[in-house]
Design a protein around this ligand. Structure first.
Ligand SMILES: [Zn+2]
Length: 350
C-alpha cells in the first residue's frame, strides 16, 4: 500500500445477497417456497467484477441459502476470494422486529450455523432484512459476540418506498401488517450517518449505518443510483459523485450497499420486473456500477465492514484482518469482544 492510498479516508462496501426467492417472498408472490435461485449466474459475475477492481467487500448471506448444499460451492467461492461473509438472517423476513425473543434467537443462530457450515467461518457482522432492526436484535447480537451491525438506514423516504412497494405487490391484509415498517419509519431519518459504538449487554457493538445523502438523507445505494440512471445516466453519476463529496466534507464514512439486481438485467431472464430498474440491461447496469465504484476507489480506501470495524475499534489483529475475513468462533463466550480500549462514541441511539 503506498502513501497516497494510506492517506485516503475510509469507506465500506457490502452486498446483500438476496436471492430470487427472497424478493418473491417479500413481494408476496407465489413460488418462493421452492427457493428459486440465480446464484449460478450472479455469483461468478460479481466475483469477477470485484476481482477486476481489487475490491474485498462484505457479502451478507441469508441462512436459508447457506443451508442448501447446492449453494455451498458458490458461497465458498465468495469466502475464498477474500470477501467477508456476514449474517443476513435465516428466513429474510423484513418483519424481524416483530419476532419474540425466542424466535429471534433461533433465527440468528440458525443463520450463523448454516453460514459457518457453508463457508467455514462464523459471521461477526449482521444486517437485518429490509433494514429491520430493534433494540432486542442489537442486544442479542452483542450477547452473541458480534462486532458490528449494519441494519440502520437513516432516510426520511422509508414510508414513500413502502408505499411504492405496496402499490406493486399483491399482499393480503395480514401480509401488509407484517410489512408495515418495511424500509422504516420517517423518524429513521434522524438517526446518525456516522458509524458509532453502542454499549449493550456489557459489550460494544459498532453500528455502521447504510449511508444516505448527508443533510437531506435521500438514498445513495447503488440500486437507487441505477433507478436514476433510467432517466439520465449522467444525472445518476453526478448524484453519486455529489453524495461522496458531501461525505468527504461532512466527514461521514460512506457505507455503500450493493444488491444482486445491480448486476442482473432484464436480459438475464430472472423476472422480478417489479423491482425498480429491472427494465435495464446488465450491460447498462454494470457500466453504472463500475463508474460508481471507480468514484469510490478514487477518493476512498474501500474496505469490508469487518476490516473497518477492526480499524475503528483499534484492534491490532493484523493477521486476521488481511482479507477482511469473518471467522471468530468462540467470541460469544468472551466478554468485551470489541473495542475494549475505545471510547464509546455514541450509546443507545437506536
Ligand atoms: Zn436483503
Amino acid at each position: 500500500m503506498n502513501a497516497k492510498q494510506k492517506s485516503k479516508p475510509l469507506a465500506t462496501l457490502s452486498l446483500d445477497l438476496d436471492n430470487q426467492w427472497s424478493y418473491l417472498k417479500t413481494h408476496g408472490d407465489p413460488g418462493w417456497e421452492s427457493f428459486p435461485s440465480y446464484f449460478d449466474r450472479l455469483i461468478p459475475r460479481v466475483l469477477d467484477f470485484l476481482a477486476e477492481r481489487g475490491l474485498r467487500i462484505t457479502v451478507f448471506v441469508v441462512g436459508q441459502d447457506a443451508a442448501l448444499e447446492q449453494h455451498h460451492a458458490a458461497l465458498r467461492a465468495i469466502a475464498n476470494a477474500g470477501h467477508e461473509v456476514g449474517n443476513h438472517s435465516f428466513r429474510h423476513e423484513p418483519w424481524l422486529h416483530l419476532y419474540s425473543a425466542e424466535e429471534l434467537k433461533t433465527e440468528i443462530a440458525a443463520a450463523e450455523s448454516a453460514i459457518q457450515r457453508a463457508v467455514g467461518a462464523r459471521p461477526s457482522g449482521f444486517r437485518g432484512p429490509g433494514f429491520s432492526c430493534s433494540p432486542a436484535v442489537l442486544e442479542l447480537l452483542a450477547r452473541r459476540g458480534y462486532r458490528y451491525d449494519a441494519s440502520t438506514f437513516p432516510s426520511f423516504l422509508g414510508p414513500l418506498a413502502r408505499a411504492y412497494y405496496f402499490l406493486t405487490a399483491r399482499l393480503s391484509s395480514e401480509q401488509r401488517t407484517e410489512r408495515k415498517l418495511l424500509f422504516g419509519r420517517f423518524a429513521e431519518g434522524f438517526k446518525p450517518l456516522r458509524p458509532h459504538l453502542l454499549s449493550l449487554a456489557g459489550r460494544n457493538l459498532l453500528e455502521i449505518p447504510v449511508t444516505t445523502m448527508p443533510f437531506v438523507k435521500t438514498p445513495i445505494h447503488i440500486s437507487y443510483v441505477l433507478y436514476l440512471s433510467r432517466f439520465s445516466p449522467a444525472l445518476a453519476r453526478w448524484y453519486f459523485r455529489l453524495a461522496l463529496a458531501l461525505c468527504r466534507s461532512a466527514k461521514v464514512t460512506p457505507s455503500i450497499l450493493l444488491h444482486p439486481l445491480d448486476f442482473l438485467g432484464c436480459d438475464d431472464g430472472v423476472g422480478l420486473e417489479f423491482f425498480p430498474a429491472m427494465d435495464l440491461t446488465a450491460e447498462h447496469k454494470l457500466a453504472v456500477v463500475s463508474d460508481c465504484l471507480r468514484e469510490m476507489t478514487n477518493h476512498f480506501e474501500v474496505l469490508a465492514l469487518g476490516e473497518f470495524t477492526r480499524r475503528f475499534t483499534g484492534e491490532a489483529d493484523a493477521s486476521d484482518s488481511a482479507a477482511g475475513r469473518a471467522g471468530h468462533a468462540g467470541d460469544a463466550d468472551r466478554p468485551g469482544v470489541a473495542g475494549e480500549q475505545c471510547e464509546v462514541a455514541s450509546v443507545g441511539t437506536l
